[in-house]
Ligand binder design. Structure first.
Ligand code: SAM
Ligand code: SF4
Ligand code: F3S
Length: 458
């Protein structure tokens, strides 16, 4: 299939795209790129009204069974939509598409295009081909880094932006489907990443989050040399872009959370005070079975050092409870680790066996109700640390990047602290995109309230 991007026809009425995006931030990034690529090729505009659309794209996630099953029930709901107007097209992308390939089009015949996370740039050609041939097109190959070379210039949609710096994952944790759906780790060249970030900053972006499933493994080619740039060095380069105020990255893998990255938290003021470092379990036996490549002691040592480097750090993590054979004792070790590490935020999940992964061959020994109980205990404990963390911010002055009007309340704006907490405060819309100092007055259940210096208390 040729990769030349066809140009938009000016005479046709504007085509509309309805896009549903599930899964991680990398999927969000990819979804935005799908819209960009189709806007450039066929003049598609996004709509939030499906009845106006002639193209539906579903960007899917298969990390847990529920996410996977949701795809087929969602597709069932779109049958009538497709039949209601001739020429309507349905495309399914992302990790379920990647895993199922042809089988997806067979199981859901209303689907016209199946594409993977690394072939989304070929959407324009697939769209023309499926219309011409009147049959489904499937392309879930992994053409390395080609995708990024074929994408139009990034378009900023506010003061913050995501930039994917690598694709795939080569870690093969025994429970995880990602290496199979997204392929092996491949880093984008340094110059490409710097250019995309600079283009975003030129459009007013103040904060960039670097994305990858295992972002610490970034090794971007430097120019035409054989040398590579790691994540710590990339952060240093980015920090030199005038106008860029904050840098974040996610997701980090503890085994590759290097001394240089720890040092960045001490040396690089533009690096935000937030670290997402998924640990999954506090039991060495379970960590070994998961093939995570670190022990509890090694993890805690890194936490101790990164906290010394950046004392006001917000620390977040991911946990899986109920991995096969997880005993009460294993779970207690996870709870102990939470107390020692003091995570103030976490994403926690019941273990879900994924077909094709090594752990799926183990007997899922932990009863569902035990998984539920453990998850509830773990989440309540994290909530305590979260509450304490937010309470400790009350009375302090925080520099926030103002992102948008607050979801509730006229005349209120919402911004984010360096430690990734949302703050709502009274202020004019002209502050959007600016960094302002706000005094934190109250810790609400999921956000903070604040006021501009000199403003009356609300
Ligand atoms: N790359 C990241 C890392 O190494 O931690 C995680 C990426 S994964 C998309 C996000 C989270 O989903 C994982 O950290 C894990 O907690 C959870 N997860 C992955 N596979 C899972 C499974 N089979 N069952 C339950 N949760 C799972
Ligand atoms: Fe999955 Fe492990 Fe890769 Fe994270 S590091 S994406 S958990 S295989
Ligand atoms: Fe889901 Fe794929 Fe992301 S499985 S979490 S969308 S990498």
């Amino acid at each position: 299939m040729s990769d030349a991007v066809p140009s938009a026809s000016p005479s046709r009425p504007q085509r509309k795209l309805y896009l549903i995006s599930w899964g991680c931030q990398m999927n969000d990034y990819d979804s935005a790129k799908m819209a960009d690529v189709l806007a450039a090729s066929h003049g598609y505009a996004r709509t939030d009204k499906p009845e106006e659309a002639d193209l539906l794209l579903l960007n899917t996630c298969s990390v847990r069974e529920k996410a996977q099953e949701k795809v087929f029930s969602e597709l069932g709901r779109w049958r009538d939509w497709k039949q209601a107007a001739p020429g309507r097209v349905i495309g399914v992308g992302g990790c379920v598409a990647s895993q199922e390939g042809e089988a997806l089009a067979e199981r859901a015949p209303i689907v016209d295009m199946v594409f993977g996370p690394q072939t989304l740039h070929r959407l324009p050609q697939m769209l023309d081909a499926t219309r011409a041939a009147q049959r489904p097109m499937v392309d879930v190959s992994f053409p390395e880094i080609e995708k990024f070379d074929r994408l139009p210039e990034p378009v900023a949609s506010g003061p913050t932006a995501f930039v994917s710096i690598m694709e795939g994952c080569s870690k093969f944790c025994t429970f995880c489907v990602v290496p199979y759906t997204r392929g092996a780790e491949v880093s984008r060249p340094l110059d490409d990443v710097l250019l995309e970030c600079a283009q975003l900053v030129e459009q007013g972006v103040k904060e960039i989050t670097l994305l990858g499933q295992n972002v610490n493994a970034y090794r971007g080619r430097m120019g035409d040399t054989a040398e590579t740039c790691d994540l710590a060095l990339l952060i240093d380069y980015l920090a030199q872009i005038p106008g860029l105020a904050r840098i974040r990255y996610t997701t980090s893998h503890p085994a590759e959370f290097t001394d240089a990255l720890i040092e960045s938290f001490a040396a690089q003021p533009k690096l935000a005070s937030y670290l997402h470092l998924p640990v999954q379990s506090g039991s060495d036996r379970i960590l070994g079975m998961m093939k995570r490549g670190y022990t509890r002691a090694q993890f805690l040592d890194k936490i101790r050092r990164v906290r010394a480097a950046r004392p006001d750090l917000s620390l977040s993590s991911d946990f899986i409870v109920g991995f096969p054979t997880e005993s009460d004792d294993d779970f207690m070790q996870t709870m102990d680790l939470i107390a020692e590490a003091r995570f103030d935020c976490a994403f926690s999940f019941n273990y879900s066996p994924r077909p094709g992964t090594p752990a799926a061959n183990l007997r899922d020994t932990v009863p569902q109700e035990v998984k539920e109980q453990r998850l509830a205990i773990l989440q309540a404990r994290i909530r305590q640390f979260d509450d304490a963390f937010r309470q400790a911010l009350v009375g302090t002055t925080q520099r926030i990047l103002v992102e948008r009007p607050a979801r509730r309340g006229e005349g209120r704006m919402a911004g984010r602290t360096s430690c990734n907490r949302v703050v709502n405060f009274e202020g004019p819309e002209t502050l959007i995109g600016r960094l302002v100092d706000v005094e934190i007055t109250e810790a609400a259940s999921n956000s903070l309230r604040g006021r501009l210096p000199g403003a009356e208390a609300a």
